[in-house]
Every structure is written in C-alpha cells, then in structure tokens.
Design a protein around this ligand. Sequence first.
Ligand SMILES: [Zn+2]
Length: 181
Amino acid sequence: MKTVFVDVDTQLDFMIPSGALYVPGAESLIPTIARLNRFAADHRIPILSTVDAHSENDPEFSIWPPHCVRGTTGQHKVAGTLIDKYSAQFVFEKQTVEFGSTAPFLAEIERLGADRFVVYGVVTEHCVRSAASGLLKAGKRVEVVTDAIRSIDEQAGAQVLSQLHAAGATLTTSTAIAGTN
Ligand SMILES: [Zn+2]
C-alpha cells in the first residue's frame, strides 16, 4: 500500500506565538511534525505539504486577520518541517479553507497515486478537516495523527475528529506512525 504524509499548513504565521494567526500551543507540535517528516523522508514516503499563500487583499481576510501573505516571512514553513535534499516533498499552495474538495487538490492526490494518507498539522477544525474530508470523499484511507494537530476552538476540534472518525478516518498517534526517535 503506497502512503503519503500530508503536512497541513505548518507555517510560521500559524505555528509560532508571534505569528499573524497563531494557533495557541502549536509550537509544541513542531518537534513531532519534524519527526514525522523526517520519518517520511527516511522511508521514501512522499510528503504533501499544503501551504496558505494569500495575496495582500485576499477575500479570506474579511473572516481572518491577514496571514500567510505571499512573500512575507510568516508565510514560510517552519524550518524543521522542510526536508533538505529530498525530492519528494511537494508543496501545494492554496487560498481557501475548503481546498480539500477542489479540483487542483484532488488532482494532486491522484497524481501521487497513493491509497493511504497520514494527515497532521493545523488547524484541526479548518484545513486539517478540509484535507482529511477531501481525501475520504476521494475514497482514500485516512489516518489523522492526533498528537500532531491543533485546534483554535477545542470543542470544534474534538467534534471534527469524531466526524472524521465516523466518516472512516482512523485516529492514530505519532508513535504508532513513526516510533519514538
Ligand atoms: Zn488562510
């Protein structure tokens, strides 16, 4: 079974306390996510890294404070989530939360030709949900790494996890996926 790891939006604006749309506690995930990405690279598992890439006047900024504007530092991925000298980390740029059900994302999924997708990153109830739901609707096996995701609204995050589980996703841990080193 071919696997792809899906590293959702691990960008400075979301992941560090000085970020423009900081997800509380997200910085504590960085070592775990770095470990998952390294594990993928070590095992020649492709990584699909989604990133927000907004224009300065993006319509999304009527809902959220400006974040991840193309060309700003905050739009960059956290250093530890980028794998050097590894040709199978694919960066997928997106502008909307509902990217998971869009044709470009689904085309990227099909291009990767995998049937199992291990999903982690931020934000649980927004872009992690979107990616996981899109994958499930595409008939893929989805495993969500519960200690490598973070919500803004804890209750909403918990609700999304139970919805994803009901829709067929497996809830797993970074240790189960990648061991402890
Ligand atoms: Zn955004």
